[in-house]
Design a protein. Structure first.
Length: 469
């Protein structure tokens, strides 16, 4: 389904890497600067202290510090806990209990926190040789406990749930807010570090697994012998499913959060920068006009971007063009059509227009450049407004004379916004019956396709959702 334009954008600048505590620090700074309740993060930490039985005390303070001449916020966290052998079920149970205690009830927020933890667990179990789905493992071995011992620390839950609460305050889980996340490449550091498993290269194996499995781009450096990106930091970033392709829309900064890491480096400020942005478009632009329609439309609509490939031919037969149009659909085209054009030297030609996703463009170009007579194709990105739709299947029985039909019929609906259902008056049809199904019914009953449509529409009106349509 097409995506609506963002009302807010979160942008991560990971020049000095990303860790769980840096994320929490940056979000605290951002909330404070945006005039939101930054102390809500402290309340989450208090709930964790009261819930996790192995924790006897937590002291937390968000301090304003200087890193290479830049002011930033640093979370100082001191957890007094007894490390016990625990399995993954216990870790996940602790997370759920802490969410309950911290009143994190939004289903999207809870799913985000659970996903972030799963990303860490999946990475660690994979790199440490516990193959398969982590829910199916025997975690009783000493080796397993070594790795789970590292995951079980309460500070992992602190990082995950503080970020979850911050995102909740920023409207990230509000389906009407539409908060999109962008990020630049993650700096990982370079060289090697000492761990409980011995000396390992940077990025550490668990971190590298998360970067690889979630398609997060990263760069070496800019610090030697230091781990700048941690599994928790990368898991939190991955759980937000950020766009790494760069922001393609103008935006205005609303607030900035700077989260300081524990270490200080000479070559780079050890800071994670987080920007809260709002898309800014000039009045009267296409983007603004489309966004305004989506907002005001009685129908559920969205703005979509597609790639348009245009080919003009003056020496191809209609049969050849039709053949290549069919192949274009098989190659992933969303729309493909042709229209007559009058070309230079009074030649009659045909213009072919293909709409497709960016990932499909290379296949479409290869098809038309190699199998048609064209000498070139135009490629451009276009925006469009589309009505959201849903497909459903209905089982119906029909009779015509002595012939009968019994089977499934596919129907596509356009959707009315829930708050507009009682007030929308429109003469346009709100559903469409799949043509192939109508054709099958017409042939089975030996009637025209128009008669088949009339029979099917009458039968469909027996279903509640077709009342009044």
């Amino acid at each position: 389904m097409a995506s609506n334009p963002a009302r807010r954008i979160l942008k991560f600048d990971c020049l000095s890497g990303i860790s769980g505590d840096m994320c929490v620090s940056a979000f605290h700074d951002l909330l404070e600067n945006a005039g939101l309740d930054a102390d809500a993060l402290i309340s989450v930490i208090q709930a964790i202290k009261d819930t996790v039985t192995t924790v006897s005390g937590i002291e937390v303070n968000f301090e304003h510090v200087m890193k290479n001449g830049f002011a930033a916020t640093r979370m100082e966290l001191d957890i007094q806990e007894v490390r016990e052998h625990v399995d993954i079920d216990a870790i996940e149970s602790n997370l759920v209990s802490c969410m309950d205690a911290a009143a994190i009830g939004n289903p999207g927020a809870r799913a985000f926190a659970e996903n972030a933890l799963d990303i860490i667990v999946d990475a660690e179990t994979k790199v440490h040789g516990m193959q398969g789905d982590h829910d199916d493992h025997d975690h009783g071995s000493v080796e397993s406990h070594v790795h789970l011992h590292e995951l079980a620390s309460a500070d992992t839950i602190v990082d995950i749930l503080c970020v979850t609460r911050a995102l909740e305050l920023l409207g990230y889980f509000d389906e009407h807010m539409i908060v999109k996340v962008h990020a630049g490449p993650v700096s990982t550091g370079r060289g090697s570090i000492k761990t409980a498993h011995g000396t390992v290269p940077v990025p550490a194996p668990g971190t590298l697994e998360i970067l690889q499995s979630h398609g997060i781009p990263f760069i070496d450096g800019p610090v030697d012998g230091a781990e700048l990106a941690t599994p928790t930091g990368c898991a939190l970033l991955a759980a937000m499913n950020p766009d790494f392709s760069g922001m393609q829309v103008p935006a205005m900064a609303v607030a900035i959060g700077l989260g300081a890491g524990k270490k200080t480096f000479e070559s780079v400020p050890n800071i994670l920068r987080l920007q809260l942005l709002e898309p800014g478009v000039q009045q009267g632009t296409n983007e603004n006009i489309m966004a305004s329609y989506v907002e005001s439309s009685p129908f559920q609509a969205s703005v979509d971007e597609v790639t348009q490939v245009t080919i003009v031919l003056d020496d191809a037969t209609p049969e050849d063009v039709g053949y290549l149009l069919d192949k274009s659909y098989k190659a992933g085209a969303r729309e493909a059509y042709s229209r007559p054009v009058h070309m230079k030297k009074s030649r009659l030609g045909v213009e072919v227009v293909i709409l497709c996703a960016a990932a499909t463009v290379q296949d479409i170009l290869g098809l038309w450049m190699e199998e048609s007579t064209t000498l070139g194709c135009r490629v451009e990105r276009i925006s469009r407004v589309v009505l959201d739709r849903v497909a459903r299947t209905y089982q119906i029985d029909l009779e015509s004379g002595e012939k009968t039909f019994s089977g499934d019929v596919g129907v596509k609906f356009i959707m009315i916004k829930p708050d507009r259902e009682s007030s929308v008056v429109t003469s346009r049809p709100l559903f469409k019956i799949e043509h192939d199904d109508l054709k099958n019914i017409a042939e089975t009953l030996g009637i025209s396709i128009h008669a088949a449509r009339t029979l099917v529409e009458a039968k469909l009106r027996e279903f509640e959702e077709f009342a009044g349509n």
